[in-house]
Write a protein that binds this ligand. Sequence first.
Ligand code: ADP
Ligand code: MG
Length: 395
Amino acid sequence: MTALSSLQSKTSDLFNSKFGAGPGLKAGYAPGRVNLIGEHTDYNNGYVFPMALANIGTIAVGRMTKKGEINIVSSADVSPNSFQYKSVTTELGDIPQWARYVVGVVKCFEDLANRKVSVDLAISSNLPMGAGLSSSASLEVAVFSLLESLYDVTNIAKIDKIKACQKAEHKYANVPCGIMDQFIATLGDVDHALFINCETDDYEKVPFGDESLLLVVTDTHKKHELAGGEYANRRATCEAVAKSLGVPSLGEVSIDQLVKHFCTPGRDLSHLPDKAYPRSRHVVTEIDRAKKGKECLVAGDVRLFGQLMNESHKSLADDYQVTCKELDEVVQVAWETEGVVGSRMTGGGFGGCAITLVYRHAEQALLDRLREFCPYSSSFSTTAGRGAYSWDLPE
Ligand code: ADP
Ligand code: MG
């Protein structure tokens, strides 16, 4: 049984035990993701370069009802694991945090499709929650895809679907996320990554991976609890530097301009926050690495892509200072393993996951070494997989 077919059985079983078996069942799937390169560039109007995980994501199984309610059950370790939403009486404050993602998506779908939704829904995922692999967008896009199928709505543009899912996360779950996660969960494709311009939402599909390569994802299991203030502080610093350069965002600044700004003798920069130079240097060089990384993959130069991944990690560790001991250890072990092309932390940092691009012949050696030297971590291997889709379930 493949990972997805066992996830589908699990979700169907959950549905049947909660709501009862019967006709009219459909399923929606959306994957989790990793960002290959381009970290902390999104809110600086730069570029990100995510790929969808193959067969690792969320499945939502559902059926239309006439009850005028949204009934949801999740197999995840959340309490309570089921929730009933009645649009007339339920207040946002009554909804458990995890169910807000689902209710939010239903509401945003209703607005776009101009339909009232009444459904029973069961949800299962084989993604870790809160590990930086975007279980949240995977959940949102899986539910949205299911609703499109249940209500036979075929005219919603992909970008509107993406923005509706992002809006659900902003407005209902109260998480001010960027647009990358919903983008890749919707538009990811087998053996491709998406190069996204965060200023314009333009994107390019770029071939990623050949048969000799795998991506190993290593979860440090370190939670980034205290990261909120650190992110806000990094973001404020980026904005302050852009302002002092007279531009709307660091996305418009070249490395030469930045060096000149900070290294011209006699210039008074005392109004800028502490570490303004290394922080902005990370962003500007990372945007450049993301662009170069895309060019490398277009040209099939995997070796140089790996070097850019390594440089990205060093910049995140030294200049942006968002790695942690565990992420640095995992990446160091990968760097010292024969057959590794490149390795870096992925996601916001302070915990979460690292990714390592490795030749298949070296996969086992890498996994063994990670188990030995980073026993707190767990790893899985993946390639670039499909974005969201939906299907009918047999009776
Ligand atoms: P990430 O997206 O990196 O996994 P987030 O903090 O953005 O981390 O989203 C995780 C949250 O999404 C969980 O705490 C939970 O509220 C919700 N979530 C994700 N997947 C599920 C699921 N299968 N069932 C219930 N809630 C889920
Ligand atoms: Mg998320």
